[in-house]
Ligand binder design. Structure first.
Ligand code: SAH
Length: 348
């Protein structure tokens, strides 16, 4: 771990770094608290650290503080979308959503994505790079600062495939959850994956209490493969086995995400196949009306088709919600704000 990525350090590593700068162990702990609990924006306010340590930190460890370069606020529901520029110029978007149960931030885990899902805007330019743990943490902190409220829930559902950036993701979760940091409950953290099977097993063995959301979007191999290239690598049977293992190992119910696309995966037969797949599983289904992406040409299912789809699943006792569309009016689908910026940058 590079010391100059100071917010990515675990507590023990921060202690070690401060020790090497001539400070005491308890001062390493104070540094960690300044970074993750108080979330201050400069080393100069860390007045309980020795001047010499602060000077070394200032000289050697760039303190990552993200400022939104663009903010969009939904007139419909108050959802806010933020675009952040990383130090190397990569643009990353995060979304703040207000729910009855708390305030939630959706963060990106990569700049771009290499999974190639056909309905998704984030993957159009491919993967540029992984985000570091501190770039993920700072999205949560920066949105909290911008909104002026504490963030109670985090969903890793923005741009990128989190399990394709596994080590940084784990660091992010553990630091977010750390008792000397924000102390976010693991139960309030959701990680969404397109289904990278070996990584689901690995995650299950970490025995975290986070929620795993699996992007299904089709209930047969044929349907999934049409929409998601990753389905060609890992057949549905293997994905489901991995999810069952996750549930068994952690006791955490899986959320299956299913984006409804008009005429593609929204028929009663599709609903029946999904019901057959999930009826004996203790899980939750989140139906997402597909967000039209201009480059993709998919349309949302009609409301009555969505309702019929939901009813069919419920007939089999499956727990279903229809995801409320937040921020419809502000480049709703993940990756759209970032993409629009890339487009405008390209013409400039
Ligand atoms: N790579 C991860 C997380 C990012 S996407 C994953 O695949 O799960 C978060 C969710 O939004 C996924 O279920 C994804 O399939 C879905 N999604 C992406 N683009 C969408 C769109 N245009 N409309 C509806 N859902 C979309």
């Amino acid at each position: 771990m590079m010391v100059n990525e100071i917010k990515s350090l675990y507590l023990e590593e921060a202690i070690q770094a401060v020790r090497e700068m001539g400070g005491k162990d308890f001062q390493g702990k104070q540094l960690f608290q300044w970074l993750h609990q108080k979330q201050v924006d400069s080393y100069s306010v860390m007045t309980n650290l020795p001047g010499a340590v602060r000077k070394r930190l200032e000289e050697e460890c760039h303190l990552l503080i993200l400022q939104p370069v663009e903010t969009q606020i939904s007139a419909l529901d108050g959802t806010r979308k933020y675009l952040f520029a990383m130090p190397d110029g990569q643009m990353v978007e995060s979304v703040w959503m207000h729910y009855r149960h708390g305030d939630s931030v959706c963060i990106s885990s990569q700049a771009g994505c290499r999974m190639g899902c056909r309905f998704c805007a984030s993957t159009i330019g491919g993967l540029v790079r992984n985000l570091t743990a501190q770039e993920m943490l700072e999205q949560v902190y920066a949105v909290g600062r911008a909104v002026g409220k504490s963030v109670s829930h985090v969903v890793v559902m923005g741009t990128g495939e989190p399990l394709d950036n596994y080590e940084n993701l784990l660091r992010f979760i553990r630091i977010l959850n750390h008792e000397q940091g924000m102390r976010m409950s693991q139960r309030n953290i959701t990680v969404s994956t397109c289904g990278i099977v070996p990584k689901i097993y690995e995650l299950a063995r970490e025995k975290l209490q986070i929620t795993l959301a699996l992007s299904l979007h089709g209930a047969t191999d044929e349907k999934r493969q049409e929409l998601m290239p990753i389905a060609k690598k890992y057949p549905l049977s293997e994905v489901m086995e991995a999810c069952d293992f996750y549930f068994k190992n952690t006791g955490r119910r899986i959320t299956y995400e299913y984006s409804l696309i008009r005429g593609v995966n929204d028929t009663q037969e599709d609903a029946q196949q999904l019901a057959n797949l999930l009826r004996h599983r203790n899980c939750h289904v989140n139906l997402i009306p597909v967000n039209p992406v201009k480059e993709r040409g998919f349309c949302q299912s009609e409301q009555k088709i969505v309702d019929k789809f939901k009813n069919k699943l419920e007939k089999y006792g499956i727990n279903v919600t229809i995801r409320r569309e937040m921020g419809r009016d502000i480049d709703g689908a993940c990756g759209q704000l970032r993409r629009r910026h890339m487009d405008t940058d390209a013409v400039q």
